[in-house]
Design a protein around this ligand. Structure first.
Ligand code: RFL
Ligand code: PHB
Length: 391
């Protein structure tokens, strides 16, 4: 087997990369260890930056998103029992976000790849990336019990935080930066019409809460919890009790409905430097993780991929390697900006597990500033809608 770019992982990074390369006449094969059904049903992100929306639309996979997604011009910060709207559209000269579920993006991309004759191999096993420090890299994997070697010019490691690509880079040439948080998020999907028109980020003495949505019938809600909590200790009544208390505001009611999915995620910040070694390029969660408070993870994956596509196109058209050589540095500038924003949002909105009155006063001071100073609100807004992809 041979292709130009061998891609490990059919998440947003791997699928978008494969599709954008195809549009530029560059071949790829995507290797994914889960089933198509599994990747198309896993519930994760919901917020797409303007740049991600533009990239998907430009790639011809934005049709359903334009019809079924929600375009939002603002978000609400809620604290002290009151809501404060951040008008992102006005503060950023007309930029906005799209609320459209990650698994819908995945479904659109898988369909586009398969309709165009693209190759995605699902349920592969034992993937290993090899010889990427030479001019003849390859990926070894098993499919239906048979071992294959996929020879390629380049390998794209788009296999997420727990993938095999990043650890294949020798430890002596990579530096990893990690911060864990003593917070988790308990997320639910509920069959109830969204109780607000825009996302609500709530700071409360009992902990953070977030109201988001997926469709006119489905709400997505999160509450801060202990990352070690067992979901079994969170029966639905307890979750609703916390949501009602943390999201409470005068004259406003949270709509309830049956809980159709629930789970707990841990929160961390992580970056590996560099994001490239020889002919192996890492993109998306394989190279960096942010806590979800800034809604940046999927968007960073899309930004990495747009940089990588430009560099590969330059390589195949002109045989010049400058953009490929700059790949890691170009991506890391944006990655660290998003790392800072995500850490900042997380620190401002989560309640410390030990009582820390000094920290609480700082958080309130920061929240008051953000909702009363247009300079501070503008900084939040421009980061939230996302800096331009060529920032
Ligand atoms: P993914 O999505 O993890 O995809 C990696 C794929 O690689 C496969 N894989 C392998 N395949 C073959 N061989 C192996 N050895 C493999 N190992 C792994 C996996 O099965 C998988 O299919 O990474 P990618 O493409 O980099 O995409 C990153 C995003 O998924 C992630 O950053 C976001 O979901 C983060 N995130 C959010 N990002 C946003 O931009 N906006 C949001 O609103 C947002 N909300 C969220 C989030 C993440 C969350 N969770 C669950 C962590 C909300 C939540 C709750
Ligand atoms: C979501 O809708 O899942 C969502 C929204 C905003 C975030 C994180 C997740 O910051």
């Amino acid at each position: 087997m041979r292709t130009q770019v061998g891609i490990v992982g059919a998440g947003p990074a791997g699928l978008l990369l494969s599709h954008l390369l195809h549009l530029q006449g560059i071949e790829s094969v995507v290797l994914e260890n889960r089933s198509r059904k599994d990747i198309e049903e896993t519930i994760r992100a919901g917020v797409l930056e303007q740049g991600t929306v533009d990239l998907l639309t430009g790639a011809g996979v934005g049709g359903r998103m334009a019809r079924e997604g929600f375009r939002h011009h603002g978000i609400e910060l809620r604290f002290g029992g009151r809501g404060h709207r951040i008008d992102m559209h006005a503060l950023t000269g007309g930029r906005s976000i799209m609320v459209y579920a990650q698994h819908e993006v995945i479904r659109d991309l898988v369909k586009a790849r398969l309709d165009a004759g693209g190759e995605i191999l699902f349920e592969v096993e034992g993937v290993s990336v090899r010889d990427f420090d030479t001019d003849a890299p390859s990926i070894r994997f098993r499919k239906d019990g048979v071992t294959h070697d996929l020879a390629c010019d380049f390998i794209a490691g788009c296999d997420g935080f727990h993938g095999v690509s990043r650890p294949a880079i020798p430890a002596s040439v990579r530096t990893e930066f990690l911060r864990t948080y003593p917070y988790g998020w308990l997320g639910i999907l509920t069959e109830a019409p969204p109780s607000a028109k825009e996302l609500v980020y709530a700071y409360h003495e009992r902990g953070f809460a977030l109201l988001s949505m997926r469709s006119p019938e489905i709400q997505r809600l999160y509450i801060q919890c202990d990352p070690e909590d067992d979901i079994a200790s969170w029966p639905d009544e307890r979750i609703w009790g916390e949501l009602h208390r943390r999201l409470a505001a005068d004259g406003w009611r949270l709509t309830e409905g049956p809980v159709i999915q629930k789970g707990i995620i841990a929160m961390r910040s992580f970056v590996v430097e560099p994001m490239q070694y020889g002919r192996l390029f890492l993109a998306g969660d394989a190279a960096h993780i942010v806590p979800p408070t800034g809604a940046k993870g999927l968007n960073l994956a899309a930004a990495d991929v747009s940089v990588l596509v430009r560099a590969l196109v330059e390589h195949y058209r002109t045989r010049r390697a400058e953009l490929l050589e700059r790949y890691s540095a170009t991506c890391l500038r944006r990655v660290w900006r998003a790392e800072h924003f995500s850490w900042w949002m997380t620190s401002m909105l989560h309640r410390s597990i030990v009582d820390d009155p000094f920290q609480q006063r700082l958080q309130r001071a920061q929240l008051d500033y953000v909702v009363s100073s247009s300079a501070a609100a503008k900084s939040l807004a421009e980061n939230y809608v996302g800096l331009p992809f060529d920032w």
